[in-house]
Design a protein around this ligand. Structure first.
Ligand SMILES: Nc1ncnc2c1ncn2[C@@H]1O[C@H](COP(=O)(O)OP(=O)(O)OP(=O)(O)O)[C@@H](O)[C@H]1O
Ligand SMILES: [Mg+2]
Length: 134
């Protein structure tokens, strides 16, 4: 048995952290109406209450994670999403095209993050303006 394993054989992991102590990223996706927002919001708040700094990102084109996180409907409707033009197309070294973020993650969080209860910060992803060819 490894040193950091518990008696049930599972590694002893700090909540909100991966087995090696690094920050954990959790993506919730799935079928419409299957409870994604409820699970994502509840998980974010539980981890936040346990003392983790949680960044919740709502990528739903019809975002409503804010309400599950405990933000008022009025405040939720006033949230500015991350602008689409933060991503810039640049020529890559091998003649390819690469997408580059014009701001650092810290600048994006400081500029667009909304403080929610339970140690959670919410970011709204830019939504698609209209459908186009793929
Ligand atoms: N475990 C559960 N038991 C019963 N009802 C639930 C449960 N989880 C979520 N719900 C309810 O099911 C409905 C859909 O949940 P939710 O909005 O979280 O799903 P979703 O996958 O995010 O939906 P959408 O695809 O529309 O974004 C909501 O009314 C929610 O309150
Ligand atoms: Mg949802």
């Amino acid at each position: 048995m490894e040193n950091n394993a518990k008696s049930d054989g599972c590694p002893a992991v700090t909540p909100g952290r991966g087995a090696n102590g690094t920050a954990m990223k959790i993506a919730v996706s799935g079928k419409g109406g299957s409870g994604k927002t409820t699970i994502a919001g509840t998980l974010a708040r539980i981890l936040g209450r346990q003392g983790q700094r949680v960044l919740a990102i709502d990528a739903d084109p019809a975002p409503n994670l804010a309400i599950t996180l405990g933000i008022s409907r009025e405040q939720a409707e006033a949230i500015t999403s991350i602008p689409r033009d933060l991503l810039e197309r640049r020529a890559g070294l091998e003649g390819d095209t690469v997408l580059v973020l014009k701001k650092t993650t810290r600048e994006i969080i400081e500029g667009f993050g909304v403080e929610a209860p339970d140690n959670v910060t919410l970011l709204l992803m830019a939504t698609v303006d209209h459908a186009g060819a793929g």
